[in-house]
Design a protein around this ligand. Structure first.
Ligand code: NAP
Length: 501
């Protein structure tokens, strides 16, 4: 059987779960143990993607998965190449210091490819283009996790913002709301960079309105996250209109819907009016525009200088939001849109209509519907930005199983899928396009650009990361917190010194 030399694009949870599964299914006792080599590329210098640069700091338990990732990375068959931007247009990168590497330079060195670069582009609302008054939630998340893409950008001007309008009612929206309303003294013990805490300490935010186009039964957030909002120590929830919490006669609610209604009916731990800060859920409203004051003078005379126009909605039979014709306005100081994400359109085999890579059962499919031999995709790059870490893991394991079943058919069989998936997959297996990857490669070779950048100290490996990780935790301990993060510049200096000593 031909060996697998796999390049993984992306170093987030899905990539690590695929790698971990492949490595563990080919243990030392397996005859194909040495027939596997994995090179994981990420444009970020630190591994773990959304686990480092997405998970809300007050959810540290979610980051426990990194133990498994460390274990996978300790296997010599897996190598991590950080700060390398692999793309069909690598010079266009949000990370200025990332080493550009074109896909065509990568292909000759690998027999297999896994696209696992996630969904990194926020969805925008046509009525709310990004501006100095309106930013995507991703920018807020990048700010409070100090993502390299925002390294030299100014923080959100929270000292001037009294009221925030969050558009969208998913978990990212609630993450942002919690970060804005949780007292900085509570956040201090978590992995929140000192520069972020400083801005939060100066914050003037008093109220966050979380606006959804549909109702409580359709809200995308989960009950655990809603409960956390209800228990915020310094804020109360403005009660939801009871009329909005009555299901249609005979309607059977899911467990999630029943719990959401129970929580909303019970209300927040703090009674309305009992705390200085507050938040509200505004249901059945879609933004239609944002009026901005025409002069500095006008804007400085009000703490809520912006006017958000909203259209009232009802639901049609398919539970889609449709306008009733009624409208309202909301005075606000800042708008954050949190409407989900899609994959970068420059990702190969990206399908614009889907917002992610075209796949069937983890195998990448070209525009003619043919399977691209030995090219796979997993995680949000393959299925869109949905699901939690556990679902990402299940998807990744299934993709790893597919890779092994395709490569070593006599040795590995995939878990039985449902009948429809089996039919789709078997049709796909017989419809294979001309391959883009060679079937035989130099086992040790690397793209020239990577070899050169590595010599220049521009590419991080997992050993580098373990050193940084330990140092960030040590710096955090000194301050009584989970960790104090390093920027790329700090990490480079630290690694240079570590190399010399
Ligand atoms: P999401 O769950 O898809 O939520 C997106 C929100 O935007 C929904 O309320 C959606 O409303 C709304 N929306 C989309 N297009 C809109 C439009 N044109 N106008 C008005 N509203 C619109 O996305 P997310 O919050 O980015 O989260 C992504 C995934 O990560 C989810 O699976 C989430 O659970 C997960 N996540 C989990 C955690 C956690 O476990 N703590 C934290 C963060 C993220 P409709 O429902 O009407 O479309």
């Amino acid at each position: 059987m031909a060996p697998i030399k796999l390049a993984i694009i992306g170093g987030g949870p899905s990539s690590f779960y695929v790698a971990s599964r492949l490595l563990s299914l080919l243990p030392a006792s397996n005859p194909y143990h040495s027939s596997l080599k994995i090179h994981m590329y990420d444009r970020l210098w630190a591994p773990h993607g959304l686990v480092r640069y997405g998970v809300a700091p007050d959810h540290p338990e979610v980051k426990n998965c990194t133990h498994k990732f460390n274990e996978a990375a300790s296997d010599p068959r897996l190598s991590f190449f950080g700060n390398v931007n692999v793309s069909s247009s690598p010079s266009v990168s949000p990370i200025p210091h990332a080493v550009p590497l074109s896909l065509s330079s990568l292909f000759p060195h690998y027999t297999h490819l896994l696209l696992s670069s996630g969904c990194t582009i926020p969805n925008y609302h046509p009525a709310l283009p990004p501006s100095s008054h309106c930013i995507p939630a991703l920018s807020m998340v990048h700010w409070y996790t100090q993502h390299p893409a925002v390294a030299h950008k100014p923080p959100p001007p929270l000292e001037k913002i009294e009221h925030v309008s969050l558009i969208g009612q998913g978990n990212v929206s609630l993450d942002v709301a919690r970060m804005l309303l949780t007292p900085p003294s509570t956040l201090e013990k978590y992995d929140v960079p000192e520069s972020v805490l400083e801005v939060l300490r100066r914050s003037a935010v008093q109220h966050v309105s979380i606006i959804g186009r549909r109702g409580p039964l359709e809200a995308a957030f989960t009950t655990k996250e809603l409960r956390e909002m209800m228990n915020l120590e310094d804020s109360y929830m403005v009660p939801v209109d009871p009329c909005l919490m009555v299901p249609n006669a005979g309607e059977k609610l899911t467990r999630q819907q029943s719990r959401t209604l129970q929580l909303l009916q019970k209300g927040s731990k703090n009674k309305p009016g009992s705390t200085p800060k507050s938040w509200s859920l505004e249901f059945f409203k879609s933004p239609t525009g944002l009026a901005v004051p025409s002069s500095e003078l006008e804007s400085s005379s009000s703490s809520r200088p912006l006017t958000l126009s909203l259209a009232n909605n009802t639901l049609n039979e398919a539970r889609k939001a449709i306008p009733t014709g009624e409208t309202s306005t909301l005075d606000t100081s800042f708008v954050v849109t949190s409407l989900g994400h899609h994959a970068d359109p420059s990702t190969p085999w990206f399908e614009p209509a889907l917002g992610h890579v075209r796949t069937v059962g983890g195998r990448v499919v070209n525009e003619h519907g043919q399977t691209v031999k030995n090219v796979y995709s997993s995680g949000w790059a393959s299925m869109g930005a949905r699901g939690v870490l556990a679902s990402t893991m299940m998807d990744a394991y299934a993709v790893a199983d597919t890779i092994l079943a395709d490569s070593f058919p006599g040795e590995f069989r995939k878990e039985e899928d449902d009948a429809d998936t089996k039919v789709a997959e078997s049709e796909q297996r017989d419809n294979v396009a001309q391959g883009v990857l060679p079937s035989e490669v130099d086992w040790e070779s690397l793209p020239e650009e990577v070899v050169k950048a590595r010599k220049g100290g521009l590419v991080t490996d997992y050993q580098n990361w373990r050193l940084i990780d330990a140092e960030e935790i040590r710096r955090g301990e000194v301050k009584g917190k989970e960790r104090e993060r390093m920027s790329w510049e700090e990490a480079k200096v630290f690694l240079d010194v570590a190399k010399r000593t």
